[in-house]
Design a protein around this ligand. Sequence first.
Ligand SMILES: Cc1cc2nc3c(=O)[nH]c(=O)nc-3n(C[C@H](O)[C@H](O)[C@H](O)COP(=O)(O)OP(=O)(O)OC[C@H]3O[C@@H](n4cnc5c(N)ncnc54)[C@H](O)[C@@H]3O)c2cc1C
Length: 451
Amino acid sequence: MAERLVVIGGDAGGMTAATNARRMRNDLEIVAFERSTRVSYSACGIPYLVSGEVAEVDALVARTPREFREANRIDVRIEHEVVGIDLDRGQVEVHDQPHGRTFRIGFDHLLIGTGARPVRPDLPGIDDELVIGVQTLDDGVRLLAQAERSRCQRVVVVGGGYIGLEMAEAFVMWGAEVTLVDGGPHLMRTLDPDMAALVTKALERHSIEVRTGVTVTGFEPGAVHTADGRIPADLVVLGLGVTPNTELAEAAGIALGARGSIKVDRRQATSHERVWAAGDCAESFHLVSQRPVHVALGTVANRQGRVAGINIGGGYATFPGVVGTAITKVCSTEVARTGLTELEAARDGFRAIGTVIESTTRAGYVPDTAPITVKLVTEVGTGRLLGGQIVGGAGAAKRIDTLAMAVTAGITADELINVDLSYAPPFSPVWDPLATAARVAAAQVAATPAP
Ligand SMILES: Cc1cc2nc3c(=O)[nH]c(=O)nc-3n(C[C@H](O)[C@H](O)[C@H](O)COP(=O)(O)OP(=O)(O)OC[C@H]3O[C@@H](n4cnc5c(N)ncnc54)[C@H](O)[C@@H]3O)c2cc1C
């Protein structure tokens, strides 16, 4: 009898693993269970569905269950929720939602790709249908339907991380008045405060009201309650981060790691033989801080899924880790980060210098050139680049990939100056802003006594 791979969760982590396992092994039987109504979708596209830039929900679906069946011989069953994992018997228990029945199915390999869910604080009114967190494409469709039903004019976004920012932008484009509320001292805590301040200014320029240091105390239809008063809201979107969906794994006795995510090794193997995990439910390893971390990003989910799939299929692949690279945009302002911020570097015991420079995205005389601010975080003594952050206009943020490469390779600011970066006036000044930042950082490092 053919060996069977069972996949729990039908998005980036789960389906990337499934297709890679198929590529490696033709003889494997693969069954994937997904509790929502869609698989292989782009949650990242939800803000653009809400804003109207993406007209059709189907445009966000890369492959349907039927396509998986026909092209990959993967038996994808939507509206099927896995409700238990029995490691002793090598079985999962599955609830078939449309038929209201539960059954068991055996596995030789199990891939857990259950993702994560938006944090929902335990506050009065949190269960109101107008308080919505998005993770799956079904959530996005529900949010859009609710926005249309309530003809929302006033939207409050709670939480100023990248999903909060993108949802704020989406509702500005929708035509609503948007207030972004965050309990912390500044938005975007994945950036240093000086860089986050630039993002706040950009949001305000785009008519988004930003309220930081505000504690939300509850919700009622038509309003968000805060410690300072009441903010009118036809709709509330939660952007308070995510919690990995690991209850099934934990109940089965599989070891958990950073922030409750599933502990995995470099091959995406869990603590239990033949059980693998990938995506937002799984742990990663930070290559700069050298610590286990939980990073909920599609980039990571796809890479981890690929590695898990190759290993399940009998090959050998590893996922060494992440440097925390992320990119977003709000209206015409682009934001990106990689590696450690200055604050994170200090927390992790590095002696580091933060260097901030201002430049332009293209040659100064090119009509659509835009401002760009680059911050580099460099280790005192060695000059090694530990991280970088970018805020700027069109064309600014994708430069983060060069920095991600530099941080991953462990090169110094001095070495970055001489990297043979490209130049023509429509793309950058002759000294690319990264090279300019590297020059200033290298000089600062040279002038700072080693610890
Ligand atoms: C609004 C938004 C914007 C984003 N933008 C970006 C971006 O620009 N760049 C980026 O890199 N990342 C972005 N992300 C993050 C990215 O979407 C996720 O990291 C990625 O989807 C993770 O894939 P996953 O397969 O691990 O988890 P998920 O996409 O969450 O998929 C897990 C699936 O498992 C299913 N499931 C869970 N439990 C069970 C069960 N017991 N039985 C059956 N099925 C189950 C869920 O229904 C879900 O479909 C964004 C996310 C959101 C919400």
